[in-house]
Design a protein around this ligand. Sequence first.
Ligand SMILES: C[S@@+](CC[C@H](N)C(=O)[O-])C[C@H]1O[C@@H](n2cnc3c(N)ncnc32)[C@H](O)[C@@H]1O
Length: 251
Amino acid sequence: MSTSSPSTQGWVLADAFDRAAPTYDAMVALSPGYHDQLLGAAGELLDRLPAPDGSALTVLDLGCGSGASTQALLKQWRTRGGAADRLSVTGVDMSEGMVAQARAKSWPAGVELVVSDAVTYLEALPDDTVDGILACYLLRNVPDRERLVREMARVLRPGGGVVIHDYSVQGSTRARAIWATICHGVIIPLAVVKRSDVPLHRYLYTSVRDFDSVARICERLLGAGLVDVRHRTYRGWQRDVIHTVGGSAPL
Ligand SMILES: C[S@@+](CC[C@H](N)C(=O)[O-])C[C@H]1O[C@@H](n2cnc3c(N)ncnc32)[C@H](O)[C@@H]1O
């Protein structure tokens, strides 16, 4: 169990992800645009990375879960004509069950999957050693967000990039109403039907409802010293609900 895993009255987030792990891929397959958006977030990260100088780029996928975001990174790398031996990706996740799902997939050399709390993992790294960090649906789950973002900025090499992809509805009354309707009308009932972890899906609702606005996420990146901070949202009901926020370490 992680020291940074939210825990309330005996309910521990890392344990909930362990329980949900066997049905996680099936649940996200029902989420419209889930994989396309991960591809978009991964593409935005790769666009921010320095041109390879002959050595492999080092990228972290924090909160890699069952590996969907790691797969998106590799797919975008291949699409850009990147050689397999020029990208080193470490997926980090606090849930042993989620990492077990990821490890059951097939990966090229250069991909490593580690069970660890994200902040603990970053704190063990020296300064300026990582080219890029992808964090899809992670930030909201980390109790000390300030520390996570500060550590991300510290380990990035000059010119490296960070992309955070997550739900955020605080900034919009419409988005808050849509999020409540989708969760109570679709996501939580689907978790019951799919025999996934229902308390985890209730937590999904409240954690997003109470999470930072996208403006606050941008402020966090700027406050950690990152530059060129930009965000975008998606179409349809996901407009102002799902966001991709990127920033770069100054050269
Ligand atoms: C919703 S899943 C997203 C997985 C993957 N990034 C994707 O996009 O499909 C969030 C993941 O973050 C992990 N997580 C939450 N808090 C964490 C922390 N403090 N350190 C590491 N992993 C964490 C959970 O275990 C879970 O696997």
